[in-house]
Design a protein around this ligand. Sequence first.
Ligand code: PLP
Length: 394
Amino acid sequence: MEWKWEFSRTARRVKSSAIRDLLKLTQQPDIISFAGGLPAPELFPVEEIGEAGDYVLKHEGQYALQYSTTEGYRLLRRFLAKRMTQKGMAVDEDEILITGGSQQGLDLLGRLFLEEGDWIVSAQPTYVGAIQAFSAYGVNFHTVPLDKDGIKVELIEEAVKEKKPKFIYVIPTFQNPGGVTLSLERRRNLVEIARRRQVPIVEDDPYSELRYEGEDLPTLKALGGEVVILLGTFSKIVSPGLRLAWIAGPQEVIEKLIKLKQGADLHTNTFTQYILYQFLKGGGLDRHLKVLRQEYGQRRRVMLEALRENFPPKVKWTTPQGGLFLWVELPPGVDASALLPEVVKEKVAYVPGSAFYPNGGGENTLRLNFSNASPQLIREGMKRLAKVFSAKIP
Ligand SMILES: Cc1ncc(COP(=O)(O)O)c(C=O)c1O
């Protein structure tokens, strides 16, 4: 007799995506990949993390290997509260929850706010992992386009009035995938709209510490205080394998999230929290950020140069001041997914932009990552990419 599984509605909603299948193509070992969002592995602070790990095991092993509190290691939360406060965000350690990556934070926020049929407002394109996390709850995306100054905030208030979204999800600084940054004026307006219309903002902020040119801007959290829930992560600034991130929000929100997280995993890995704290306490983060800014800044420059020198004139791209990505627009009618197999034959890869469109579209766009490959490989990979594009784009 054939077994028939009765999956939940949530599970039935989770679809395998055509893009994911396509991206399997790009995982061959000899490929120059601009596809993932991976940090440069050769820059990981392996030695310092090793020393921190040795210290923790020697001096704190009985705590670090034990169960711990759901909200996270107090000293780590205190460190984050202090760092955020220094950046103009008045956050207390009780307003911080440590999570297993920001991806878990997105899922927990989904559990906290979203019901089937609800609306959320997001940019288009937006982070594919957020589309995945929120879609599991059966929500609708009202999408708002981006330009060089980030999400078009002037289109948001009308949408909020009409759709009554549960929250506005944005990545204001060095957006994934667009590479663009929300201007100060738009930041102020967005926070105003959120206050006036009483709709929270979820500010996803993995990249603001990775600035290579220009001046820092205040986060939405700094401008909006209690109307903003901020997601921060150590994935791009220390190591994604540690799976350590945080949510900063009003205490009432954090208390609810703690209860939801308890049911999910009891707490984030105690051992990695202790190791990371030891690394942070010794000043490791700022030392490491210096290295990353220098190196990724150079990789970004090399990629932009290659675009200018080798790409057909009808191709457009964004010029990010930080982060890990830039966004490329091919002429209308050219399909970046259809071109990918040919690009992969040349041993190079990108992510077709349509992956980042919650409601479809963006076929002529693609995302390029510049943090993972060395400058030399970026030059070579971009030449190969230009060869394929030049043959296809008149
Ligand atoms: C905008 C955005 N949010 C969240 C994440 C997930 O990060 P984490 O590794 O902390 O789960 C990423 C990772 O690429 C991201 O780009």
